[in-house]
Design a protein around this ligand. Sequence first.
Ligand SMILES: [Zn+2]
Length: 308
Amino acid sequence: MPHKRQYGSKGQTWHPDFVAYMEFIARHPNYTGMPDAYAAENKIQWEAPSNRGSGKFKDTHHKRRDWWRRKARELGISTAAEEWISKTAKRLHPTGKKPCKQCGRVLEIRYAYPREAFLNRIRKVEYVTADFKFDRLEHVTELIRRLHARYGKRILDDLPTLLRASGINVPQSFESLAACLNWIDSQYIPAEPSVLSPGAMSNAPDRFDGFHSFNLCCRSKADTGRHKENLAGYVTDRRVFEYWADGDWIAADRLMGEIRTRLRNERAATGTAARAMQITSGRSRLDFRTTRSSRCFAAPATARRTTG
Ligand SMILES: [Zn+2]
């Protein structure tokens, strides 16, 4: 096996726990037959970008997509279905969790971590005090356990409202903490509610295991370098705005409209898209939200009421 230092580039070393995880995945029977699994010197070929124009591994991406297609059929997942490849990657993953390439933190690949919109709902509950600490990387079941330990049964009465998410039938009440946690683990998280984030987003066939190498902990840091080149493409992709707006689709709509208008105005004023990119990419999603009037970013419940 190659020395661990062989992984990484441009002064960026990959976390040793991540490298150990790569070795575990590359040897795991679930991934047997992965095309071009090893490059020179037995080095795992973890990344298979779609834009390789030449070289021995030019077609690795396409070969791997075909591998994932065969794997989907084996698992009974229709490749005509939407997101068949991410469904396959999630089903195939042997442990359901992975370390972050950057910092080594292990997170579940499931939608198990609270988005800001969900934490804001909890902050607004009258008896939740300002000293109760929230962490976007805390597993939702752990967060609920802590809330229950601090505030008791009251939180169980409020959870059906706090957990509401489109397309998911939340029980009207929970008889115990154990029943609540069991429902969240077996029903709510697998339904991928809009108020929770995955610990790692899927992106087969670009990565060997079918998941982004950076986990939720380091995802926004990893993204910043790509903002400028991708922003022009982002203005047509609504999902990006939903991500920036923490799953609040009303806010996402407004944000998308606002940025499109700014880009249009900037292009008209300067004749180039470049300046518009600078203006919008220099602004983080949180900055954007705090500079808007509070009316624009009302709580989802209020916003939904006003739009029917
Ligand atoms: Zn990380």
